[in-house]
Design a protein around this ligand. Structure first.
Ligand code: UDP
Length: 153
């Protein structure tokens, strides 16, 4: 099976509550490989582009306020069926419906503060990775043990 990449973002409430580590751990334990990670404060323009498909929704303004209310942790995770596997790990959009054991099921109470984002399709993943990681998007996973600083074996 070909490797796939997906875009995952710990939203500002997740960062504020100190959940980056727990969320990263779940992805690692599941078997994903981390391909990119960055903590960044996004501006309204990037938030609006990211959620462009929801522009007509009544909650769009609040969603952009929420996403720009503090730093986010943007990540690219790689593996087999990465998009679908990440969505399963994250759980349903509304935490009320998200099963216990999923990230939203375990850490969130309300749809407007649901902690984490995961791309909903391979096309969305490519678009979102491009938005957040630009020319680094196509980079394959770094090998932490490669190169001159590797464990000299
Ligand atoms: N959202 C919201 N109110 C709603 C529906 C969605 O605030 O009634 C927010 C919520 O943060 C959600 C995001 O908008 O994660 C994107 O919605 P989408 O339907 O794409 O869900 P997701 O793909 O995040 O599960």
């Amino acid at each position: 099976m070909q490797q796939e990449q997906t875009f995952v973002m710990v939203k500002p409430d997740g960062v504020r509550r100190g959940l980056i580590g727990s969320i990263v751990a779940r992805f690692e334990q599941k078997g994903f490989a981390l391909a990119a990670i960055e903590l960044l404060q996004i501006d309204r323009e990037l938030a609006e582009q990211h959620y462009g498909e929801l522009r007509q929704k009544p909650f769009f303004g609040e969603l952009v306020d929420y996403l720009t209310s503090g730093p986010v942790c943007a990540m690219v995770w790689q593996g087999e069926h990465a998009v679908e596997n990440a969505r399963a790990l994250i759980g349903k959009t509304n935490p009320v419906e998200a099963a216990p054991g999923t990230i939203r099921g375990d850490y969130a109470m309300d749809i407007a503060g649901n902690i984490v984002h995961g791309s909903d399709s391979a096309a969305s993943a490519a678009r979102e990775i491009g938005l957040f990681f630009g020319k680094h998007a196509a980079a394959q996973r770094m090998d932490p043990y490669a190169g001159e600083f590797g464990h000299g074996g």
